[in-house]
Design a protein around this ligand. Structure first.
Ligand code: ADP
Ligand code: MG
Length: 618
């Protein structure tokens, strides 16, 4: 048998490695900016065009590279940062794997201009898909400039998986901020499509945070300071009264490296316990310093998770440090620092009203069992069929089809009714004129010709609002309540990019939003379903949802209509007056798809007389 194993060509090996290291434009930013920091630069400029899909440029005034180093830097496992394995224990640099440049060069068109300070002539190198196209001497400034163009030009799958420009840009901004927050002593400039988004002068940490997130943050920060033998804690946390609806600015850095840690986040939230209203989040910028032997950062090339040798101690120290700071600034009552977090039992609030247990209806419960369930379902599990039947029985349902346009397709997960415990029978489910009963502030019961229906008020209202918003977006008609006093909205740069890309859509949903300054917006009008006092919250919530789920498989308009409907729909637990109930029922039966909420939950369950009779037979 002939030998069949061979070594992969470098270009292929690099492309495979790139899959791990470079996932999106933001990964390129991270690697290039970290290299600039490692090169000792104190002035770094980042330029992106079209969310980095067209251009990513990083220019630094660091130590530069010799012509040979410039060429070598693109080889895999080529690094100047470590020599022997033990060096891994004393890392002072951000990079050490020597993989980033090789990876980037494998999947993009890269140009490099670099010159060490003491040389008079620099090097210009062009490399495309791991192939060196050109290397020549050039006149250039001291330091290094990387230009990365046509990212993923030879990996169409990756390119196609990139999200919208707004989402990719917000990832880039996030990466940029994480690095800029760890190097206040470096000047950073960031340009997006020709606009200067950040100009961060050298400063101390507090000024860096404020320059990045806006002056208004200054009064809200409380400093943290703790120095134990094992661990040093520094940084800032926000006063509880300035907590926000969005998770926005929450940063942990360990040995000056950004990390994600649900565990440490928990320690922090515990320290704020009872100081924050529900669903509000504090901002924090926390810098932990530990001996490098006590952590392992070498888990994954890009992962931001790290392993701690002794995470319980870190948890306890962090929590008590935050508590003490909150206490010192007269924010929290004095706190006993010695309490061990794991044995703490929350005290019973003496004023609390103890609720008796209540029985609630299980919406999916089918009292008729298998016998009934799918009898008529297959016949009607399709909207068109149902509509046809309805038309053949005139008068049974009012539906304004004139508003339906070709483009106004609603994309939603309409579940296969056969698998649902929903008694959707195709019978005329439209209620007769009242009376309607709201029970448990959650369901509405109404008689219909053939029996009765139970409506879930939240699911039903979500459906009504979703279709309303979809129509407004499709017909470019908006209904807005003008605010007497426009509300000022201060956003982070990432949120600013995001909101700017959806202002026209927000307009048709009823939000009148106008840019006021770099990161400030004035809200002049809101959808009529939103309370004026909820203006800020509802916008922040919308942005938060957009950030969390960049994946809008049915388009941004559909996403927005769904998200807003979810946020503004009447919730279970809210009592509804007679007029409201009438309106809801009327609106629901004017919907194109009255039986399911936009996320596919049933809006109503039907019980027929026939089946009731069966149930009462002996
Ligand atoms: P690593 O950062 O892990 O060493 P990279 O592939 O990112 O690996 O970079 C390879 C090498 O190229 C670095 O070790 C460094 O010597 C050199 N290099 C990269 N970027 C710069 C820069 N901006 N200025 C000077 N040298 C650089
Ligand atoms: Mg590097």
């Amino acid at each position: 048998m002939p030998d069949i194993i061979h070594l992969l060509p470098d270009s292929v090996a690099n492309q495979i490695a790139a899959g791990e290291v470079i996932q999106r434009p933001a990964s390129v930013i991270k690697e290039l900016v970290e290299n600039a920091v490692d090169a000792g630069a104190d002035d770094i400029v980042v330029i992106i065009k079209d969310a980095g899909k067209t251009l990513i440029q990083v220019t630094d005034n660091g130590k530069g590279m010799s012509p040979t180093d410039a060429r070598m830097s693109f080889e895999r496992h080529a690094t100047s940062k470590i020599n022997v394995a033990d060096d891994l224990l004393r890392l002072k640099t951000k990079g050490f794997r020597g993989e980033a440049l090789a990876s980037i060069a494998a999947i993009a068109h890269v140009e490099l201009k670099t010159k060490p300070e003491n040389e008079s002539i620099g090097t210009h190198l062009i490399i495309e898909g791991s192939e060196v196209k050109k290397q020549e001497p050039t006149a250039c400034a001291s330091g290094t400039s990387f230009f990365v163009k046509n990212l993923f030009f030879n990996v169409p799958v990756r390119r196609n998986f990139l999200k919208s420009d707004a989402v990719e840009t917000s990832h880039i901004v996030e990466e940029f901020q994480r690095i800029a927050l760890t190097h206040a002593d470096i000047k950073f400039t960031f340009l997006n499509n020709g606009n200067e988004v950040f100009k961060l002068e050298k400063s101390n940490l507090r000024q860096r945070i404020v320059n990045m997130f806006g002056k208004s943050l200054n009064d809200k920060l409380v400093p943290l300071e703790e120095d134990t033998d094992y661990l040093k804690v520094q940084g800032f946390i926000s006063k509880p009264e300035f907590a926000r609806k969005t998770r926005g600015e929450q940063y942990f850095f360990v040995n000056n490296r950004y990390i994600k840690s649900a565990y440490l986040h928990h320690a922090l939230i515990k320290a704020y316990e009872n100081l924050l209203p529900a669903e509000m989040y504090p901002s924090y910028f926390i810098y932990l310093t530990l001996p490098s032997q006590a952590i392992d950062i070498n888990i994954h090339p890009t992962k931001t998770e790290i392993k701690f040798e002794d995470d319980k101690t870190i948890y306890a120290i962090l929590r008590s440090t935050v508590k003490r700071s909150l206490g010192m600034y007269n924010i929290a009552p004095t706190i006993d620092f010695e309490t061990e977090p794991s044995v703490e039992i929350p005290p019973l609030n003496p004023g609390a009203v103890v609720k008796p247990p209540s029985i609630t209806l299980k919406p999916g419960y089918n009292p008729f069992g298998e016998t009934y369930k799918s009898k008529d379902l297959s016949q009607y599990n399709n909207w068109d069929q149902w509509q046809k039947t309805e038309k053949e029985e005139p008068g049974s349902r009012t539906l304004d089809l004139s508003t339906k346009t070709g483009q106004e397709t609603t994309h939603e997960e309409i579940p296969n009714t056969e698998n649902q415990e929903v008694l959707f029978t195709g019978v005329n489910t439209e209620p007769e004129k009242g009376p309607f009963y709201q029970i448990h502030k959650r369901y509405i019961i109404s008689q219909i010709k053939t029996g009765f229906i139970i409506l879930d008020q939240n699911n039903a209202h979500e459906r009504v609002l979703y279709e309303k918003y979809r129509k407004q977006l499709a017909h470019r008609k908006s209904y807005s309540q003008k605010l007497l006093f426009p509300e000022l909205l201060k956003l982070t740069p990432a949120e600013t990019d995001l909101i700017q890309s959806i202002i026209p859509d927000l307009h048709f949903l009823g939000f009148e939003i106008e840019a006021m300054g770099k990161y400030s917006f004035s809200v002049n009008g809101i959808p009529p379903e939103i309370k004026e006092s909820d203006t800020q919250n509802s916008i922040e919530k919308l942005l938060e949802e957009l950030k969390m789920q960049g994946d809008w498989k049915n388009g941004i308009q559909d996403f927005l209509a769904k998200a807003l409907a979810k946020n503004t729909a009447v919730k279970s637990g809210e009592s509804m007056g007679e007029t409201e109930i009438n309106q809801l029922i009327n609106d629901l039966f004017n919907c194109e798809q009255p039986y399911y909420s936009p996320s596919g939950k049933p809006t109503l369950i039907t019980f027929t007389l026939e089946d009731m009779a069966k149930r009462f037979k002996k």
